[in-house]
Design a protein around this ligand. Structure first.
Ligand code: ADE
Length: 244
């Protein structure tokens, strides 16, 4: 998969991409990450990429010329995705969609935003990583790169854990406990040490349901509410109280 990132802070992206699973995937060639410095496409002595908006108002905006010059010079993979707080919220379904593509390009906004003509004519979609405002799109781009690349075959060591995790089936993930069985008096739940894999599976599912009810009732609603089987599982483990 080829991923291009267009940014004024290439060293930030390259540094992050050198570590962990992503670093291995880049070194191993599973991910062809190409980072482009927007300032390389400027023609003035100050390498200016921003300007004040027509109509006035606070803040500066990314100018169209360096973005267009970069896109024309490198012919980056589509879709071209701009990161900004005005985009659609990035989620696991979007990560899965991008992971199923041959590649894509991330355009990091800075300042107050990106020239609207670039968004209209060059960018295919806009993504936000949440309802808060960052100083620029770089951290958001890294979020997208990490969430997508860990889904690629061979990038994550254990394929099953990519599938069982939070949002896999619209629920948050159940709690995990490694050794020791008791730590400072805090014990691992008995069921996980019972060896009864049927019961362990049901307990985990009940825990996922309970967490999702308490922390993300919107996800329960998206699934159309609790089924009779869900309610029965919650009762089995004494988790059927009212939401937090
Ligand atoms: N740039 C600034 N804020 C952002 C956000 N919430 N998501 C993506 N890019 C951003």
């Amino acid at each position: 998969m080829r991923i291009d990132v267009i940014t004024i802070f290439p060293e930030l992206v390259v540094g992050f991409a050198g570590h962990s699973l992503l670093g291995r995937a880049v070194a191993g060639g599973e991910v062809d990450l190409r980072v482009h410095d927007l300032r390389d496409a400027t023609t003035d002595a100050h390498r200016t990429v921003d300007d004040a908006p027509f109509g006035g108002g606070a803040g500066m905006v990314l100018r169209p010329e360096p973005v267009l010059a970069t896109v024309e010079a490198v012919d980056p993979p589509r879709p071209v995705v701009a990161l900004g707080p005005g985009g659609r919220t990035f989620d696991q379904a979007t990560a899965r969609r991008l992971a199923g593509s041959d590649g894509f390009t991330l355009l990091c906004g800075r300042y107050e935003g990106i020239d609207q003509r670039v968004l209209d004519h060059v960018v295919d979609e806009e993504l936000s990583i949440g309802d808060y405002v960052l100083a620029g799109g770089e951290v958001a781009a890294l979020v997208v790169v990490e969430a997508v690349t860990r889904l690629l075959p061979g990038v994550m060591g254990n394929l099953a854990s990519a599938e069982e995790e939070s949002f896999g089936d619209g629920l948050l993930e159940y709690p995990h406990y490694p050794r020791p069985a008791e730590f400072r008096g805090w014990e691992v739940p008995e069921v996980l040490r019972s060896g009864d894999h049927g019961r362990i599976g049901r307990w985990r599912r009940a825990q996922s349901l309970r967490r999702t009810i308490d922390r993300r009732p919107d996800l329960i609603e998206d699934r159309g509410g609790l089924t009779a089987a869900d309610r029965q599982l919650l009762v089995e483990f004494g988790l059927d109280g009212p939401a937090d």
